[in-house]
Design a binder for this molecule. Structure first.
Ligand SMILES: NC(=O)c1ccc[n+]([C@@H]2O[C@H](COP(=O)([O-])OP(=O)(O)OC[C@H]3O[C@@H](n4cnc5c(N)ncnc54)[C@H](O)[C@@H]3O)[C@@H](O)[C@H]2O)c1
Length: 432
C-alpha cells in the first residue's frame, strides 16, 4: 500500500479548506500534517479539523520554509498578492505545491515564480478548477474530431450578487485588497485558461480588449443615497435598491457566507442581529456605488494564435443568473454548450449523411457524471485535488492536469489583454 501524500496548508482560508477536506474523505491518499497562517484562529480551526500536533502550526509561509521540508507538499491558498512571496521559499525548501490562481499578479511576479519553479524542479499545479468540470473535460477529449480548431467563443455572465460580493464590495475590488485591480485576472483567468487548453501547444500571439466600469460609480448612486445601507441610507432609497446589503446578505444569509460573515467565522451560530451589526461596519455594508471599486464590469478580449486561429471572451455583469458558454469551431464541425446545463452539442461534418453532419448531444447529467461530486466549480474542485494527489503518487494524471508551465500562456494573455484595454492598442504576447 502506498503511503498517503502529506501536505501542509499555507493560508487556511476558504479555498485551502475546500481542497484540504479531500484528506478527510480519502485518508489513504492525502494526510494534512500542518498549517501556516498568521491568523491564530484559523490555525486553530485547521488544527481541530485535521488533528494537527502543536509543533506543526506555523505563523506564516516563511516560518514554515525556515524549518525545511516537513511534508511532501503544500496547499497554497493565500491571497493573490501573496502567492509569489509565499511560494518561492517553499519551492526552495523542496515542497511540491498546489497553488491557487492567479499564480502571479503581474508579469514580473510571473517571471520570478516561473524561474523559482524551474530551478527547484518541484511539481507545481495551478487550481484551474474548471478544467476538471466534467463539461469542459469531456469537450476537451472530443476536440480531435473537429480537426484544427479555428475559432473559440466563450462568455461569462457574472451574476449581480457575485459581482457585488467579490468585486464591488469584496476582496477583489482593487489593489488595496488583492494587489491588483484586474477583473480578468480575478474572475476570467479560468476562461482564458480554458481557451489556452483547447488550443494546447499553439501559442497566443496578440490580443486586444475593451472594457470599463459602467455601473457602480459614485455618480450613478440614487440621489440622496447614503454611504452605508444599514446606517445612513434613507429607507425609501434602500428599500428600492436591489444592491442593498440588507437585501443581498441579510435576506440571503447563506449565499457567499464565507466572504460576508468572515468576521463571524468563529461564532458557532451567528444570529441575524450579529450579522446586521457586522454589516454596519464591514465592507459588505457599503453602498454598492461608493466602495471605490477599481475593477471593470464589462470586458471583451480578442486573441489571435500562432496558427491564425482566433478566440474571444466576453465578461458581462449584472445578470440575475450566472452562466458560462463556449462555442468551438473546427475544420470539420463545432461544439457548443453552457456549463450550467452540463450538456453540450457536437456537430461533425459527414459527407455520407443526408443531413451532411452528425449531431450528438452529450448530457453529463444523464450519464451521472456530475452527480455525487462534492464541492463547487461544476464538479471541478474535488477532482482537482484528486488529480494533484495522483500526480504526486506517480500515477497517471488526468487530461485536465495544469502544471504551472501550462498556465503561463493564459496568465500572459490576461496581463497583455489588460494592457490592451488600458492603452487601446493591439498588444503582442511574448513567450516566457
Ligand atoms: N480556483 C478558484 O476558482 C478560486 C475561487 C476563489 C478564490 N480563489 C483564489 O484563492 C485564493 C485564496 O482565496 P480565499 O478567499 O480562500 O482567501 P482567504 O483570505 O480566505 O485566505 C487566505 C489566508 O492566507 C493567510 N495568509 C496571509 N499571509 C500569509 C502568509 N504569509 N503565510 C501563510 N498564510 C498567509 C490569511 O491569514 C488567510 O487566512 C485567492 O488567490 C483567490 O483568488 C480561487
Amino acid at each position: 500500500m502506498p503511503q498517503p501524500i502529506t501536505a501542509i496548508i499555507v493560508g487556511a482560508g476558504h479555498r485551502s479548506l475546500v481542497y484540504a477536506r479531500y484528506a478527510l474523505d480519502h485518508p489513504d491518499r492525502l494526510k494534512i500534517v500542518g498549517v501556516a497562517d498568521p491568523d491564530a484562529e484559523r490555525r486553530q480551526m485547521a488544527q481541530r479539523y485535521f488533528s494537527l500536533s502543536d509543533d506543526m502550526l506555523f505563523e506564516n509561509a516563511a516560518a514554515l520554509a525556515q524549518r525545511g521540508k516537513l511534508a511532501d507538499a503544500v496547499i497554497n491558498g493565500t491571497m493573490d498578492q501573496q502567492h509569489v512571496e509565499t511560494a518561492v521559499p517553499l519551492l526552495e525548501a523542496g515542497y511540491d505545491m498546489l497553488l491557487e490562481k492567479p499564480f502571479a499578479i503581474n508579469e514580473a511576479e510571473l517571471r520570478t515564480l516561473i524561474g523559482a519553479a524551474r530551478r527547484s524542479g518541484r511539481k507545481v499545479m495551478i487550481c484551474h478548477v474548471l478544467r476538471y468540470a466534467p463539461f469542459y473535460a469531456e469537450i476537451r477529449k472530443r476536440l480531435p474530431a473537429l480537426g484544427k480548431i479555428q475559432g473559440i467563443e466563450t462568455t461569462e455572465h457574472v451574476s449581480h450578487h457575485h459581482m457585488l460580493v467579490s468585486y464591488v464590495r469584496g476582496k477583489w475590488r482593487g489593489a488595496a485588497t488583492a494587489g491588483h485591480h484586474s477583473m480578468l485576472l480575478a474572475k476570467c483567468c479560468h476562461d482564458i485558461d480554458l481557451i489556452m487548453w483547447m488550443k494546447s501547444g499553439i501559442a497566443p500571439v496578440r490580443v486586444s480588449s475593451f472594457g470599463g466600469m459602467q455601473q457602480f460609480r459614485p455618480e450613478n448612486a440614487p440621489a440622496g443615497a447614503g454611504n452605508r445601507c444599514l446606517v445612513d441610507c434613507p429607507p425609501e432609497i434602500e428599500d428600492n435598491c436591489p444592491f442593498s446589503a440588507r437585501k443581498q446578505y441579510l435576506e440571503h444569509p447563506d449565499r457567499w457566507s464565507f466572504y460576508v460573515w468572515r468576521d463571524l467565522e468563529n461564532v458557532e451560530r451567528p444570529t441575524l442581529e450579529q450579522k446586521a451589526a457586522l454589516l454596519k461596519t464591514s465592507d459588505y455594508g457599503l453602498c454598492a456605488y461608493k466602495t471605490g471599486a477599481e475593477i471593470v464590469d464589462n470586458q471583451t478580449v480578442i486573441i489571435q494564435f500562432a496558427d491564425g486561429s482566433i478566440a474571444s471572451h466576453n465578461m458581462l455583469t449584472g445578470t440575475p443568473l450566472a452562466q458560462r458558454t463556449i462555442h468551438i469551431t473546427g475544420e470539420r464541425g463545432e461544439i457548443l454548450g453552457r456549463v450550467d446545463d452540463s450538456r453540450f452539442t457536437m456537430r461533425v461534418l459527414d459527407p455520407h449523411s443526408t443531413a451532411e453532419y452528425r449531431e450528438e448531444t452529450v448530457d453529463l447529467n444523464a450519464s451521472g457524471d456530475t452527480s455525487g461530486v462534492k464541492g463547487g466549480h461544476a464538479g471541478g474542485d474535488e477532482r482537482l485535488v484528486a488529480d494533484f494527489v495522483s500526480l504526486l503518487l506517480g500515477e497517471k494524471p488526468s487530461v485536465s492536469c495544469t502544471s504551472i508551465e501550462d498556465s503561463i500562456a493564459g496568465h500572459m494573455t490576461v496581463f497583455r489583454a489588460d494592457q490592451a484595454m488600458e492603452t487601446g492598442q493591439v498588444v503582442e504576447i511574448p513567450r516566457v
